[in-house]
Design a protein around this ligand. Structure first.
Ligand SMILES: Cc1cc2nc3c(=O)[nH]c(=O)nc-3n(C[C@H](O)[C@H](O)[C@H](O)COP(=O)(O)O)c2cc1C
Length: 168
């Protein structure tokens, strides 16, 4: 079984709660759930699978604690590791819905890690997101706890099953 670590950045606690739900669904200990504000890039070394979560703030910006952390990890060489990105947003911010997921995905492409991407975005109404890749696939799991919390449980179950498969 591969070791899973979860790293999140959260302003008001939403992404933290989702990180904890993901941990519980995957049987990951709370000790392996880390706030990026209190983490250092070397903490990634402990894990085979990295689940990275950020909400989106401003107008399509990373959650602010991610600024330094992402700068610290984007130059790492991480072949053999698997990365899965998730994010919380608000689909009424229609031009920048969950942009942080796309930003993290893009900036970590040079690490050599393998990525588990997202699932469809059915039910959310938005016009653009950096998390939608040029081929139409989704860079990670997009969630909207503001307008559509009723979608979250099924979406988490679908996405975490992909991660559980990768962890075997
Ligand atoms: C001032 C402000 C700006 C925001 N900008 C965006 C945005 O550009 N895109 C988006 O999807 N969500 C945006 N949101 C919504 C937050 O990402 C959402 O409320 C999220 O659940 C917050 O998660 P957190 O508590 O983990 O930080 C914004 C919210 C606020 C209050």
């Amino acid at each position: 079984m591969k070791k899973i670590g979860i790293f999140y950045g959260s302003q008001t606690g939403t992404t933290r709660q989702i990180a904890q739900r993901i941990a519980s669904m995957l049987g990951v200990s709370p000790d392996e759930v880390h706030d990026v504000a209190k983490s250092s890039p070397s903490d990634l070394a402990d894990y085979d699978i990295l689940i990275l979560g950020s909400s989106t703030w401003g107008s399509g910006d990373l959650e602010t604690d991610w600024d330094d952390f992402l700068t610290g990890i984007e130059s790492l060489y991480l072949p053999g590791k698997t990365i899965a990105v998730f994010g919380c947003g608000d689909d009424t911010m229609s031009d920048t819905f969950c942009d942080a997921v796309g930003i993290i995905y893009d900036r970590l492409q040079s690490t050599g890690a393998t990525f588990i991407k997202g699932i469809d975005t059915d039910g959310y109404e938005f016009s653009s997101s950096k998390a939608i890749l040029p081929d139409g696939s989704v860079a990670g799991l997009l969630l909207d706890q503001v307008n559509h919390p009723e979608f979250t449980d099924l979406r988490l179950r679908k996405w975490t099953s992909l991660i559980a498969d990768a962890a075997r």
